[in-house]
Design a protein around this ligand. Structure first.
Ligand SMILES: [Zn+2]
Length: 393
């Protein structure tokens, strides 16, 4: 049989109703950080779903009751290993104006918390594994499903995988992209500057050094210098790096000259710019102030939330997804950059080239009315089935 025939065979195993039923069952199970066991029930649900269908599955303990679900259709040979990754957790249903855990279908949309972010993607990935398994296609590389904990909060699940495996040659991370293929996003770096002054009674301010007024100098310098430093580089899909003054704290009470003030700046940086670079930008800014004001004293500390993602458009996973989307929905998908960050960059930084693709529109994620178009979920299941055969076979 040719690869094309294997694709037909696998595709014929996708049952539309079965994909949607899986998604509905998943939406019925709450899985967020405010629950005592968080994603536990969701992980167990998927583990038993795979197990009942004869697909190899294990629960990977991340911490306490929190576990990733790892399912695998094994390949025999030296083919590429493909990972399908999405998250088990959702945002809590804080602001929802619909019943969060009643997955009704109306006018072609399926409603509920997690419907689009990201249980539609889990259901589509799981259905692709099942189709490949049922079609009994001889894979040369493994097809792996990873349902992970904590993406909405701290990305603990995918970070655990990046460190402890499973390994793969490439990955698709399931998030709502309307079936477009996202290959790049910015990273998040934070710089905290603390100005150090000298406390004194406010009636004799000349005896102290005011840390808040020193911070005023820092803010002016940042607004003047930082855009010049960030402007030099741009990315065809992402534009330029940006920054925002995020949090400021200083002073104890009005009658005391403050001896400390701190400011945290949030930067969204392009691929190629990372903590060391940003640290250098801020060191230069602080040194310049110091040259003009010998009394100026400040400390700088850096942290990061998520590295940038920048997968090449020519990577086989991008090409395979493009062909599959075109075949199922009859149009070439756009290759885009995302305005949001995802677990894909964690995998990419662990040496697993990754892209983001999935059903539904991200503006319904975390929304008061969360929904996903049923047709797009079924299309995603078919696209991921074709892509799996293309890559692993
Ligand atoms: Zn998500």
């Amino acid at each position: 049989m040719s690869k094309e025939e294997f694709k037909r065979k696998a595709l014929s195993q996708i049952e539309d109703d079965e994909v949607i039923k899986l998604l509905q069952d998943a939406v019925r199970i709450p899985s967020h950080k405010d629950l005592p066991d968080q994603e536990k029930e969701m992980a167990e649900f998927f583990a038993s779903w795979f197990d009942k269908r004869g697909i190899e599955v294990e629960l990977q303990r991340v911490e306490g009751p929190r576990q990733n679900v790892i399912a695998r259709v094994r390949g025999e040979g030296d083919g590429s290993t493909l990972m399908y990754n999405s998250h088990l957790d959702t945002k809590p249903p804080y602001n929802m104006t619909i019943e969060p855990y009643d997955p009704v279908i109306k006018d072609g949309n399926l409603y509920g918390r997690g419907s689009v972010d990201a249980k539609a993607q889990l259901a589509a990935f799981a259905s692709a594994l099942l189709a490949v398994k049922r079609a009994n296609i001889p894979l040369r590389g493994d097809l792996i499903f990873t349902g992970v904990v904590g993406e909405e909060w701290d990305s603990k699940g995918t970070s655990y995988i990046a460190k402890n495996g499973p390994k793969a040659d490439m990955a698709v991370v399931g998030e709502p992209t309307k079936l477009e293929i996202c290959i790049a996003h910015k990273g998040i770096v934070r710089a905290t500057i603390t100005t150090i002054g000298k406390a004194a009674h406010s009636s004799v301010p000349h005896l102290g050094i005011n840390a808040i007024s020193k911070m005023g100098k820092v803010i002016r310098a940042i607004e003047e210098e930082l855009p010049k430093k960030l402007e030099g580089k741009s990315h065809p899909l992402l534009g330029k790096s940006t920054y925002s003054l995020g949090v400021i704290n200083g002073g104890v009470q009005p009658s005391i000259v403050p001896d400390k003030c701190s400011l945290t700046v949030d930067l969204r940086v392009l691929p190629g710019i990372w903590i060391e670079d940003v640290k250098e930008y801020f060191e230069e800014i602080l040194e310049k102030i110091k040259r003009e004001d010998p009394e100026f004293k400040a400390e700088l500390s850096m942290s990061s939330r998520q590295p940038p993602l920048d997968t090449s458009e020519s990577h086989p996973i991008v090409q395979a997804l493009k062909r599959s989307v075109n075949e199922i929905v009859g149009r070439m998908p756009k290759v885009t950059g995302a305005p949001f960050d995802t677990d894909a960059s964690i995998l990419a930084n662990a040496g697993i080239p990754s892209v983001v693709c999935g059903a539904g529109d991200v503006r319904y994620a975390h929304a008061a009315v969360e929904l996903v178009p049923v047709e797009e979920v079924i299309a995603a299941a078919k696209i991921f089935t074709l892509t799996a055969v293309e890559i692993c076979c």
